[in-house]
Every structure is written in structure tokens, then in C-alpha cells.
Write a protein that binds this ligand. Structure first.
Ligand code: NAI
Length: 329
């Protein structure tokens, strides 16, 4: 069709935005035949920087880019959007406690949820990248009662991609040989990358690795602490890889997952695998016709159970904290 897909990006003048916008405009989300319209939200002091970024976007003369609009009012920028990529968030400042961080982000994601509820397209799909992503998604979802809950998701695809990359490197195989990877739980240091259900060339990844010591003491912490390692090496947090994962996530949600494989997405739990209903937690999902389904019937051994439970407990604590702050019902 020639009607452009309207894609909103918040925090568009930030680091991730600087990678993400050019990828979307070049057709990486929906392919070369689907025009896109960018709707870019920033806070007022960042609008001038954003204008500069838009000048560069113009200078690329992307054939798939139909239009760009920028602004600082979510009710205007989100009008009629089909996909909302919520990247802008409040980072943890010096001396900031978790409660302060959740409250500051509540001040961003509650009004953005309300605005989406009022003005977004009926088919809107909302992806939260900004941290703490899972709980920010919970806040946005809870403030958008007219948008079906399954249209909110948080990004654990970067963790998923990191897990694939680490496993492929360990075994000396191409990343294309790794399938059925799962990140369970929260996008935080408690996340659980699961090698017991992952496959290498169609065989169990855990059995192929055959090294519980590596799995436990190298693989899991390397994946879970990769964000900190990037900051240490680069002096700034992961941006191009986070943008790439946001594209992967939104593209697969729109266009579907390959037969026989699945991806990790943080979505609203229906109680599957003992994750309390209503929490935004990472699961293995398949996608068809724009709708995700949690993969059922996977084996969760005692080791996995304990790891999943610990991460889910953290999500429950975050939910209690934002409930206490009046940010969710
Ligand atoms: P950044 O600080 O470079 O950019 C954030 C932008 O958001 C800034 O330009 C800021 O002005 C804007 N912003 C703040 N409040 C806003 C609001 N109310 N509305 C619109 N824009 C607003 O940060 P960066 O590196 O681009 O990262 C963005 C977020 O993504 C951070 O929260 C970061 O922790 C998170 N992240 C998440 C990952 C994931 O896997 N889920 C991976 C990497 C980063």
C-alpha cells in the first residue's frame, strides 16, 4: 500500500535515536516498498538538536521516507501513529534511589500512555526501550485503558541478540545456527538467558556446550552485564546495538517470526510459566499477523526455575513501588 506507516520515536535527539531514525527512514522496519512517516518527540530543550538530526535525515533523500514531523507535545506527535517506539527516558542520576528513578519515569510514561490512548491509531503497537523498560511499559499500559494490553511490549531483544552472539562465539559457529533463544524476566542484571531450550544447528544448546560452569559463571553474567561492559569500554551506553534490537523487535512484531523459531519479547503475562498475570516480563514468543503468542510447554528445569523466579520477583517489587507511587491502578 502507498499509505505511509506512521512511526513515533521518543527521545529522538538522543544516542539511540541517532542510529534508529536513519534505519527506520531507510526502510529497515517494513522493507523498501512501505513508505514511513516519522513522528519525533523530544523535550523542549532538545528540539533544536532534533532539528539538526532532521536536516541530516533530509540529506539522505531516503526513498521510503514520506514525511517527518517533530514536536514536544505527545498529543500532537502521537496523533494517528501505528507504531510507537518509546526510547526517551530519565537515566539514573547520582544519588538517585530506585524509587526516585521509577517516579521520574512515571512522569514520562504515564502521560505518554494517556496520549497514546487518546490519539494513536486503533492498531497501535507500542515498544518501550527506555529504562527501566519493563516497568515503564507497565506504567504506559496502565495509563492507556482503551488500548488492548497485548499492544504494549518492552525490549529484551538486545539481551536476546547478545545471548546469541556469545553462544555462537563460544562454539565457533555462525549466529544463523543459533535458534530458539529465550530471555526470561526483567531487562536488568537479573534477566535469565536460557540455553536449555535454545538450539545450535537444531540440537540442544546446553548439551552442545556441555559446560555448566561456563553457562553459569561466564555466559549468564556476560549477557546480563553486557550493558555495563559497553559503558566501561565505550564511555557511553549501547546505542547502535539498542537501535538495531529495537528495529528487530518492531519488525518481527509487525511482520512475524520465522517458522520453527521464536524471539524474546517482554509482554503482559497471562500467568504462563508461573509469571504473575499482568506483569510485563520477557518470554519466548512467536508472532503471526501482528499478534504475539507465548510459546507454551517448554521445559523449565530447577536451575531455570530459580533464575526466572528471582527476576520475576524483582518485577513484582517494581510493580509494588509504582503502585505505591500511584502510577498504576
Ligand atoms: P540519551 O540520554 O542519549 O537520549 C534520551 C533522550 O530522551 C534525550 O534526548 C532526552 O531529551 C529525551 N527525553 C527525555 N525525556 C523525554 C520525554 N518526556 N519525551 C521525549 N523525549 C524525552 O539516551 P539513549 O542512550 O538514547 O538511551 C535511551 C534509553 O534507552 C535509556 O533509558 C537507556 O537506558 C535505554 N536503553 C535500553 C536498552 C534496552 O535494551 N531496553 C538498551 C540501551 C539503552
Amino acid at each position: 500500500s502507498t499509505t505511509p506507516v506512521k512511526v513515533a520515536v521518543t527521545g529522538a535527539a538522543g544516542q539511540i535515536g541517532y542510529s534508529l531514525l536513519f534505519r527506520i527512514a531507510s526502510g529497515a522496519l517494513f522493507g523498501p516498498d512501505t513508505p514511513v512517516e516519522l513522528r519525533l518527540l523530544e523535550i523542549t530543550p532538545a528540539l533544536k538538536t532534533l532539528e539538526g538530526v532532521v536536516m541530516e535525515i533530509d540529506d539522505c533523500a531516503f526513498p521510503t521516507l514520506a514525511k517527518v514531523e517533530i514536536g514536544d507535545d505527545p498529543n500532537t506527535v502521537f496523533d494517528g501513529v501505528n507504531h510507537a517506539l518509546l526510547v526517551g527516558a530519565r537515566p539514573r542520576g547520582p544519588g538517585m534511589e530506585r524509587g526516585d528513578l521509577l517516579e521520574a519515569n512515571g512522569g514520562i510514561f504515564a502521560p505518554q500512555g494517556k496520549a497514546l490512548n487518546e490519539v494513536a491509531a486503533d492498531d497501535v503497537h507500542v515498544t518501550i526501550t527506555g529504562n527501566p523498560a519493563n516497568t515503564n511499559a507497565l506504567i504506559a499500559m496502565s495509563n492507556a485503558p482503551d488500548i488492548p494490553r497485548e499492544r504494549f511490549s518492552a525490549l529484551t531483544r538486545l539481551d536476546h541478540n547478545r545471548a546469541i552472539s556469545q553462544l555462537a562465539a563460544k562454539l565457533g559457529v555462525p549466529v544463523t545456527e543459533i535458534t530458539n533463544m529465550t530471555i526470561w524476566g526483567n531487562h536488568s542484571a537479573t534477566q535469565y538467558p536460557d540455553l536449555f531450550n535454545a538450539k545450535v544447528s537444531g540440537k540442544s544448546a546446553a548439551e552442545t556446550v556441555n559446560d555448566q560452569e561456563w553457562l553459569e559463571n561466564t555466559f549468564i553474567p556476560t549477557v546480563a552485564k553486557r550493558g555495563a561492559a559497553i559503558i566501561e569500554a565505550r564511555g557511553a551506553s549501547s546505542a547502535a546495538s539498542a537501535a538495531s534490537a529495537t528495529i528487530d523487535h518492531a519488525r518481527d512484531w509487525a511482520l512475524g517470526t520465522p517458522e520453527g523459531d521464536w524471539v524474546s519479547m517482554s509482554v503482559c503475562s497471562d500467568g504462563s510459566y508461573g509469571v504473575p498475570e499482568g506483569l510485563i516480563s520477557s518470554f519466548p514468543v512467536t508472532v503471526k499477523d501482528g499478534r504475539w503468542e507465548i510459546v507454551q510447554g517448554l521445559e523449565v528445569n530447577d536451575f531455570s526455575r530459580a533464575r526466572i523466579d528471582a527476576s520475576v520477583k524483582e518485577l513484582e517489587e517494581e510493580r509494588e513501588a509504582v503502585r505505591g507511587l500511584g502510577l498504576i491502578g
